[in-house]
Design a binder for this molecule. Structure first.
Ligand SMILES: Nc1ncnc2c1ncn2[C@@H]1O[C@H](COP(=O)(O)OP(=O)(O)OP(=O)(O)O)[C@@H](O)[C@H]1O
Length: 241
């Protein structure tokens, strides 16, 4: 239950959203505290992206109340870079302030792309383009990152690297995040808390009290993983931890 605390960074209360006769969000309560990483799991079509869009202020047709403080930045599964602008210009787009180019250079360096500011988006790999999308969020110095399957389109090895990058950036910048993901391992590697969205409501909340850095063979990881997979109705295969 999301009781409003003054310390919360963002709170959604009674969020409802329907498309035609289909109720996707049926009165969701959610709160995220400063510095906290919350993963949002749920079946395909359960409304995860819809909830993220409402929290991001990108959906005018939802009912309920969202109150937030601090700066928010969003990262989507597709990088959404403008192909006719170079990488640095994409990161700088819409960023207020005077020292923008220095901040852009710093953000690109933080995601390991210090040398690629002058490149065109089409010259980047999928993983690099998604790093640029992360830099574009970072340069805004967000208190809250809203991430909609940010690593979902990447190959497994690149995804692992991006997860490690996320944990590094998080330790350094201490932003809070809501991470929509299909991947139970990703949720357990990154999040402090895992929420499951089901039938339009937050059906389960699981704390992930494991120290960082985490790995799937850490004590406690396998048990949490099995419990979440079972809750999501996914049979664990024998080769999984
Ligand atoms: N603009 C829209 N118009 C009509 N229906 C929509 C719209 N956006 C989402 N929906 C429907 O709302 C439901 C929830 O969609 P949403 O994308 O939020 O789910 P999700 O949990 O993020 O799914 P996935 O994990 O497959 O990405 C789906 O049935 C989807 O078809």
């Amino acid at each position: 239950m999301a009781t409003r605390l003054d310390s919360d960074l963002i709170t959604g209360r009674g969020i409802r959203r329907a498309f035609g006769d289909t109720v996707v969000l049926a009165g969701v309560d959610i709160a995220i505290r400063p510095g906290e990483v919350v993963a949002l799991l749920g079946g395909s079509g359960s409304g995860k992206s819809t909830l993220l869009r409402v929290l991001a202020g990108l959906d005018d047709d939802a009912a309920g109340e969202v109150t937030g403080r601090g700066r928010t930045a969003v990262v989507f599964q597709e990088h959404r870079l403008l192909p006719w602008k170079r990488v640095a210009a994409n990161v700088a787009l819409g960023v207020p302030g005077t020292d923008v180019s220095a901040r852009v250079a710093r953000a690109l360096a933080e995601v390991g792309l210090a040398e690629r500011g002058a490149a065109w988006p089409a010259e980047l790999s999928g993983g690099q383009a998604q790093r640029v999308a992360v830099a574009r969020a970072l340069v805004r110095e967000p208190d809250l990152l809203l991430l909609d399957e940010p690593f979902g389109a990447l190959d497994a090895l690149t995804r692992l690297k991006m997860q490690a990058l996320f944990n590094r950036l998080r330790a350094e910048h201490r932003f809070a995040a809501l991470l929509v993901t299909h991947d139970v391992d990703e949720a357990l590697l990154l999040a402090d808390r895992v929420l499951i969205l089901e039938d339009g409501l937050i059906a389960q909340e699981s704390p992930v009290a494991l120290p960082h850095p985490r790995a799937p063979d850490d004590p406690g990881f396998g048990g949490l993983r099995r419990a979440l997979l079972a809750r999501l109705g996914v049979p664990a295969s024998p080769d999984q931890h």
